[in-house]
Design a protein around this ligand. Sequence first.
Ligand SMILES: Nc1ncnc2c1ncn2[C@@H]1O[C@H](COP(=O)(O)OP(=O)(O)O)[C@@H](O)[C@H]1O
Ligand SMILES: [Mg+2]
Length: 254
Amino acid sequence: MELLKIENIEKYYGNKSSLTKALDDVSFTVNKGEFVAIMGASGSGKTTLLNCISTIDRVTAGHIYLEDTDITKLKGKELNKFRRDKLGFIFQDFNLLDTLTAYENIALSLSIQKTPAKKIETAVTTVAEQLGITDVLKKYPYQMSGGQKQRVASARAIVTSPKIVLADEPTGALDSKSSKMLLERFNYLNQEHDTTIMMVTHDSFSASYASRVIFIKDGKLFNEISRGNSSRKEFFDKIIDVVTLLGGDVSDAL
Ligand SMILES: Nc1ncnc2c1ncn2[C@@H]1O[C@H](COP(=O)(O)OP(=O)(O)O)[C@@H](O)[C@H]1O
Ligand SMILES: [Mg+2]
């Protein structure tokens, strides 16, 4: 079943004298329960694409349909409801609230949804355990490492069990052990809860957890490959081949 339909989207930044075409006629669809990775060199438009889908940024032209609703047209209450109820977003720069502890940051969206306190506590401690951040729950962002902040940001995004998780370089600041924990968690949500995941990454290992990888170059779709029945390792090798074709500059993005 088709969940997301991206139709001819364009995103320009700047004005006539200095125009950047960050996205140039991008179209693709994502089915419910897919795990899609988006790869591309630094500046190719990955963050812009994710920000347009999350409605953080507005498209210049084109449409994005989520189950028949054109989310590029949402305003006010409807827009807030979409962001709050359907979406878990992991920002490239984490975006934690500095005056809240890790626990409070993770609990915030559940509080906004008026979840009972006891349920919040169970949900926060469970997700913290799964991502290996139990010992930082009482800390403030300035007291945490980059990798810890990134995992708190991921915990905050997935604690509400959103329909769609949009993650911008979620393993960028993580060591391999923490990366694996997060990717396994994504895999679990995807397999067991049918959560649809779109993850931007420059890392072929992270991308190999996805069921499909979309490559973008200079704001345009360049290629896409699906995992099919191949193993994660076989898919990893295929991804490496396309990365090489792209000129190898994908892997030193960020
Ligand atoms: N707010 C902005 N104003 C002007 N240009 C921007 C802005 N955000 C991104 N860009 C430009 O759009 C292009 C795509 O950026 P981005 O989506 O962040 O790429 P990526 O995430 O793939 O590194 C780049 O050329 C970048 O400089
Ligand atoms: Mg980016």
